[in-house]
Design a protein around this ligand. Structure first.
Ligand SMILES: NC(=O)c1ccc[n+]([C@@H]2O[C@H](COP(=O)([O-])OP(=O)(O)OC[C@H]3O[C@@H](n4cnc5c(N)ncnc54)[C@H](OP(=O)(O)O)[C@@H]3O)[C@@H](O)[C@H]2O)c1
Length: 270
């Protein structure tokens, strides 16, 4: 099997998570660059990692390069590396809100580009990522390698770029909705006299257990709700309250607001 050479520019939260997940894969050399030496220092002990002293050197060493810098420094980084890009490179951007057209423009279309939108649980390899393979320069081999690399961070969904706004609103922003919901449940526990620590542990267990049951039983969500909702019982009293206050509609509209905002930010970015 040929050795895979993967680079990462920006070794912060996301870049660091990718390198940690990638290290030990076997048949893989990892190259990284970050201007912050302390971040580079975190990875130099890894046997398959080599630091490089510029973003351009990472592209010269690796075929597949993830750019994991903040969106506001992307233009500068891509202007710097653009002269060294060749068709053997494949550039993978995880920068939120920077579209394919912009990436092609900044790279002068000198290599294939891929846009990825991960979410924060990728930091513990339980993320959900969308990947856009709309660049016609991409080969089947490149697509397969990238899908495999991203699977190290969790679920991967191949989407056309037009669906990225919906994905961003539902899944990119999604962890915040889940933590908001969990925090409200914790507050209700505290209001009944449970300690915050107890309520937080209970709510975390409630979420993890409910998700596990849903995925292992493969039952419809409505059937899983019915399992807990006995006639004239406690659960139906709570669900009636949620329905009277239109929580379902509020959630649908909230995600709709996020989608609208994502489109507006996309237009502003050009
Ligand atoms: N975190 C998330 O949940 C999440 C989710 C989806 C997408 N993303 C995207 O992932 C990207 C990275 O986010 P993050 O949370 O990992 O950010 P981060 O922790 O701030 O990491 C970015 C790293 O890039 C370094 N950097 C700055 N300028 C650089 C340059 N010219 N060349 C190379 N490295 C440079 C930064 O160093 P300094 O700290 O010294 O500036 C920092 O170490 C962003 O574009 C973000 O939109 C993140």
């Amino acid at each position: 099997m040929n050795t895979l050479r993967v680079g990462c520019i920006g070794l912060g939260n996301m870049g660091g998570a990718l390198i940690s997940a990638l290290s030990g894969r076997g048949n893989t050399e990892i190259f990284g660059y970050d201007p912050d030496d302390a971040k580079v220092e975190t990875f130099v002990q890894l046997p398959d990692f080599s630091a490089r002293t510029s973003a351009g050197e990472v592209f010269q060493a690796a075929e597949f390069v993830v750019i994991a810098v903040k969106p506001q420094v992307m233009a500068r980084v891509l202007a710097e590396i653009s002269p060294v890009l060749t068709p053997r490179n494949c550039l993978i951007s995880i920068a939120a809100g920077i579209g394919m057209q912009q990436l092609r423009e900044w790279t002068g279309a000198r290599c294939a580009v891929v846009r990825v939108m991960p979410n924060t649980p990728a930091l513990v390899r339980s993320g959900v990522s969308a990947v856009c393979f709309d660049d016609p320069q991409l080969t089947q081999f490149q697509k397969a390698v990238i899908a495999e690399l991203l699977e190290l961070l969790g679920q991967v969904h191949v989407l056309p770029e037009q669906d990225f706004h919906a994905f961003t609103a539902l899944v990119g922003s999604g962890p915040a909705y889940v933590y908001y919901f969990m925090d409200a449940l914790v507050q209700s526990g505290v209001s009944f006299g449970l300690s915050r620590a107890q309520a937080e542990t209970m709510v975390a267990g409630l979420l993890a257990g409910s998700v596990k049951l849903a995925s292992e039983s493969r039952m419809e969500l409505s059937a899983l709700q019915a399992m807990v909702t006995s006639p004239a019982g406690t659960t139906v009293a709570a669900l009636n309250h949620l329905d009277r206050n239109a929580l379902r509609g509020i959630l649908i509209d909230a995600v709709g607001q996020a989608e609208k905002r994502s489109r507006a930010l996309g237009r502003a970015a050009g």
